[in-house]
Design a protein around this ligand. Structure first.
Ligand SMILES: Nc1ncnc2c1ncn2[C@@H]1O[C@H](COP(=O)(O)OP(=O)(O)OP(=O)(O)O)[C@@H](O)[C@H]1O
Ligand SMILES: [Mg+2]
Length: 116
């Protein structure tokens, strides 16, 4: 479980840094908290944001806006699957030109099968 969640968080960070781009002094903010037996981890960036027409496609396998060789479009779809398997959920908010925020929710306690 831990290594899969590492993969999720690593993809969030790489996505945020790609959205910020070169030499822009962007900022990535990570926040966390707990609520009603769930823990949340939130990644906010000051990058270029996500177009509204793409917001419901970013979790699709192979959906990418990156040039060939830079992205496969699998990061968020794999992340979605991992989070779902752990009975969590993922939320996204973004405005073009104003960055993006991804919030991952996971139950504090996992059942036995999901601990491995
Ligand atoms: N923080 C973000 N800011 C702006 N756009 C984002 C952000 N995170 C994801 N996206 C958009 O969602 C698309 C899909 O992301 P995903 O992580 O699934 O694939 P990828 O990063 O393009 O490729 P891969 O992760 O497989 O290397 C990205 O191509 C980008 O358009
Ligand atoms: Mg990615």
């Amino acid at each position: 479980m831990a290594s899969q969640l590492n993969q999720v968080f690593m993809n969030m960070l790489i996505n945020a840094s790609h959205a910020i781009g070169d030499g822009n002094h962007g900022k990535i903010t990570i926040r966390t908290g707990t609520e009603n037996g769930m823990v949340w981890v939130e990644f906010s960036d000051t990058g270029k944001g996500i177009a509204p027409e793409n917001l419901n496609r970013i979790f699709d396998p192979f959906f990418t806006t990156k040039p060939v060789g830079k992205g496969t479009g699998l990061g968020l779809s794999l992340s979605f699957g991992i989070i779902e398997k752990h009975h969590g959920r993922i939320e996204v908010e973004s405005e073009v030109g104003n960055g993006a925020t991804f919030r991952v929710w996971l139950p504090v306690r996992q059942s036995r099968e999901e601990k491995t």
